[in-house]
Design a protein around this ligand. Structure first.
Ligand code: HXC
Length: 260
């Protein structure tokens, strides 16, 4: 198989962040307070593994992730946050070069919603709920909730979600473009894996370039983004996989990509 998945469940009894090749997870244990370390470590391993084309990040039926541990954060001080670079560890997810799919069942709240938004594609189970409830805790989102959400759903909706803390349903998330698909909860993981497998049929090298180019749309102006895209498109002409893809089409046969 050419996909991997990571389980993260910040509300469940068993705090399990792990990796697996099968659906019956025996993931590695990870303390509740440090789920991001488990995810970062897994992502670093997957990044090095050439047999992995795409990654699926999922939680439990009840929750994808209900956010940072509030009880643990209660006593944190400003100077601790600054000196400990609080939340910096999470950037690993957004930095991953391989495509990463969030399969969101149940709650994706606060840091959980932000974690989902760090992924490249969100598939939602039909009972999923997304929200940025930090405002009710006397704080604000700190890992992209006011930034990525606004770019995805626009100012009015992002402002409404961040200022009220109200959750939105999976169906609404799809309508807003936050999730690209809603599926029955029990089929979610299978659908996400199917998506990862489809991506895995293409050249991993070109997939990586394509991901970078889409992400550039979020990070630069349109003119800079278009230039980056065109140059990256040109660059694909230096790869064996571009040649193979076009040759295979002309010869009416499946492409045999080598990721070169
Ligand atoms: C610590 C949490 C928690 C959290 C749930 N629990 N979310 N503990 N931090 N984020 C605990 C509850 O206290 C409870 O513990 C147990 O999990 C089950 O939760 P219940 O509330 O009893 O379950 P339910 O009624 O089904 O409600 C589920 C829920 C609710 C909707 C997810 O728990 C909730 O609103 N949680 C808070 C969500 C939130 O505010 N997230 C943002 C966090 S701030 P006991 O001991 O009673 O069994 C954040 C900052 C951004 O994320 C940081 C970026 C990384």
């Amino acid at each position: 198989s050419n996909w991997e998945f990571i389980k993260t469940d910040v509300t469940g009894e068993k705090k399990n962040v792990g990796r697996d090749h099968t659906e019956s997870s025996q993931g590695t244990e990870c303390p509740l307070q440090r789920p991001h370390e488990g995810i970062s470590t897994a992502l670093q391993q997957f990044s090095k593994d050439k047999s992995i084309a795409a990654i699926v990040l999922t939680g439990s039926e009840k929750a994808f992730a209900a956010g940072a541990d509030i009880k643990e954060m209660v006593g944190n001080t400003y100077s601790q946050c600054i000196q400990g670079n609080f939340l910096n560890d999470w950037v690993e997810v957004a930095r991953t070069q391989k495509p990463i799919i969030a399969a969101v069942n149940g709650y994706a709240l606060g840091g959980g919603c932000e974690l989902a938004m760090m992924c490249d594609i969100i598939y939602a189970g039909d009972k999923a709920k997304f929200g940025q409830p930090e405002i009710a805790l006397g704080t604000i989102p700190g890992a992209g909730g006011t930034q990525r959400l606004t770019r995805v759903v626009g100012k009015s909706k992002a402002m409404e979600m961040c200022l009220t803390g109200n959750m939105i349903s999976a169906q609404e998330a799809e309508k807003l473009g936050l999730a690209s698909k809603v599926v029955p909860a029990d089929q979610l993981l299978a659908e996400a894996i199917k998506l990862a497998e489809k991506i895995g049929t293409h050249s991993s090298l070109i997939v990586q370039l394509c991901k970078e180019s889409v992400n550039t749309a979020y990070e630069t102006t349109l003119q800079e983004g278009l230039k980056f895209e065109r140059r990256t498109f040109h660059a694909t002409f230096s790869t064996a996989d571009r040649k193979e893809g076009m040759t295979a089409f002309a010869e009416k046969r499946p492409a045999n990509f080598t990721n070169e």
